[in-house]
Design a protein around this ligand. Structure first.
Ligand code: SF4
Length: 102
């Protein structure tokens, strides 16, 4: 049997061809990294998700879709959405500091 015959069968072709999920994982940061980052509670993590979105080829349709669906929360298309609306940033939990820098 010649070696390439192993690649000729449908069963082995499946193993050498990337799946749609694998391709998406390479293209979309929210698939390549922990998806929980896009729904994080801490502001620093949310800002990291926003920054990672900037390298995503789907940033514009992602945001448009999220706005159309009225996503209740999370980072979509590099923006923070809360209640289907883009907000500047997600506040962390708890009371804001008394001496907030201007
Ligand atoms: S822009 Fe959308 S699809 Fe791309 S990484 Fe951000 S959340 Fe994921």
């Amino acid at each position: 049997m010649r070696p390439t015959m192993l690649l000729d069968t449908p069963e082995t072709a499946q193993t050498v061809t990337p799946t749609a999920d694998q391709l998406l994982a390479e293209l979309l940061p929210c698939r390549a990294y922990d998806p929980e980052l896009w729904f994080a509670e801490h502001t620093a993590e949310v800002e990291r998700a926003k920054a990672l979105c900037q390298a995503c080829p789907a940033v514009e349709p992602c945001l448009a879709g999220a706005l159309e669906r009225g996503e209740p929360w999370g980072v979509w298309g590099g923006q923070v959405l809360i209640g289907g609306v883009v907000v500047p940033t997600k506040r962390g939990r708890g009371r804001p500091p008394k001496n907030r820098a201007a």
